[in-house]
Design a protein around this ligand. Structure first.
Ligand code: PEP
Length: 251
């Protein structure tokens, strides 16, 4: 039986006052945990230490939004996996569509970040998903297959024993237009099938979460699907009440 996972991706939002208020709003409801759900908060780098202090002693854990491919050295502006681990970060988002498109991160860079995360015992949350154009051309599965194959070809399938996959159709992120329950379930099942081609056991235990305009209204039905193991939450995670309701809607 797979555990569910709900992760908050705050992106580049907030300041110290906002972060304090948001985490203080979340923690009374979530610090003791929600049965069977791993809960992760991924703030911007400068707020990692603050969030770590605010969540300490509870069940909520820390994630980061990015990681350097390098271990240390002359890489101005970069943050390494060991530095993240030093702040008790447990998860790191890699391959988010905003980084793939705005920062032009290739599949190869995503693979290097995935490897960097695991090198420092962090769990990569690998984002995969198609653009609207690609969906319209019936290429959704092909795109996700290519993004997964980049990892499997370089690292082998067993690395997915220590990873999470987030299916995030690009057209659903921050648009208020979620994938339909059926579209999401179909893609999650496809992702599991693609991994199962290499190793069925790895595929069956892999947490595959959905991201793209998740709200308290659509979360219960999405999370009830057999292959959807939770969510990566952007906009709604910036509101304590919405995020708590989403976490509690895992059945
Ligand atoms: C995201 O940032 O990964 C995301 C899914 O955002 P939103 O929930 O706002 O669509």
């Amino acid at each position: 039986m797979r555990r569910a996972l709900v992760a908050a991706n705050w992106k580049m939002h907030g300041n110290r006052v906002f972060v304090k208020e948001l985490v203080s709003g979340i923690m009374p409801a979530l610090s003791g945990g929600v049965n069977g759900v791993d809960i992760v908060i991924c703030p911007p780098f400068p707020y990692l230490q603050m969030v770590d202090a605010l969540i300490s002693g509870g069940e909520v854990v820390l994630g980061a939004q990015d990681i350097s491919t390098h271990e240390c050295g002359a890489y101005t502006g970069e943050v390494s996996g060991s530095m993240l681990a030093d702040f008790r970060v447990r998860y790191v988002i890699v391959g988010h569509s905003e980084r793939r498109t705005i920062m032009a991160e290739s599949d190869q860079v995503v693979v290097a970040k995935f490897e960097a995360a695991q090198r420092d015992s962090l769990v990569p949350v690998l984002c995969v998903g198609e653009t609207l154009d690609e969906r319209d051309q019936d290429m959704a599965e092909q795109v996700v297959s290519r993004q997964l194959a980049a990892i499997v070809d370089k690292c082998g399938v067993s690395v997915f024993n220590r990873a999470v996959v987030a299916y995030e159709p690009v057209w659903a992120i921050g648009t208020g237009r979620s994938a339909s329950v059926q579209q999401a379930q179909d893609m999650h099942a496809a992702i599991r099938r693609l991994i199962a081609l290499h190793d069925d056991e790895v595929a069956q235990s892999l947490q595959v979460i959905y991201g793209g305009s998740v709200s308290p209204e659509n979360a219960p039905e999405l999370f009830a699907q057999p292959d959807i193991d939770g969510g990566l939450i952007g906009g709604a995670s910036l509101n304590a009440d919405l995020f708590v309701r989403i976490c509690k809607s895992v059945s």
